[in-house]
Write a protein that binds this ligand. Structure first.
Ligand SMILES: [Zn+2]
Length: 141
């Protein structure tokens, strides 16, 4: 079986929306149920409180957990993949995979890492990002 390549003159490509224009793929799409929900002032207030608490706990744990950040930084410097492969794979919804603790720590400590805005601690993990391409829900006006 040969792979079929689609060129720019293909009818489906010519009629495709311009996904590179500003706002073409904003997520969540404007007007969607989730964007209406996310714009709710009470939800935004609660999200702000959660963010503050994540940074407060992150600061509180910094003296205890900074050694893990140092270990990760040193492993990156040496390209020590044995050490790096033992790191937790959890992701924060905003900051991604920044947890520097050893995998399996969830029963003893929250996820913890350092962002450009300071140390942060959180519970749970964000889902993987959707794959780019036609399977990503996108409404273009
Ligand atoms: Zn973790």
């Amino acid at each position: 079986m040969t792979e079929r390549h689609v060129g720019p003159d293909e009818p489906s490509v010519r009629s495709a929306p311009d996904l590179h224009r500003p706002g073409a793929c904003a997520w969540p799409p404007a007007g969607s149920d989730i964007s209406v929900l996310m714009s709710d002032p009470e939800l935004q207030r609660l999200a702000g409180l959660i963010r503050q608490e994540e940074f407060r706990v992150g600061r509180d744990l910094r003296d205890e957990l900074q050694v893990f950040q140092d270990r990760r930084d040193y492993a990156l410097l040496l390209a020590d993949f044995a050490v790096l492969s033992r790191n937790c794979s959890a992701k924060h919804g905003r900051w991604g995979g920044i947890c520097v603790l050893t995998a399996g720590h969830e029963n003893t400590a929250p996820h913890w890492g350092v962002t450009s805005q300071g140390a942060i601690a959180w519970l749970g993990t964000a889902p993987d990002d959707p794959e780019p391409g036609p399977s990503v829900p996108c409404t273009v006006a």
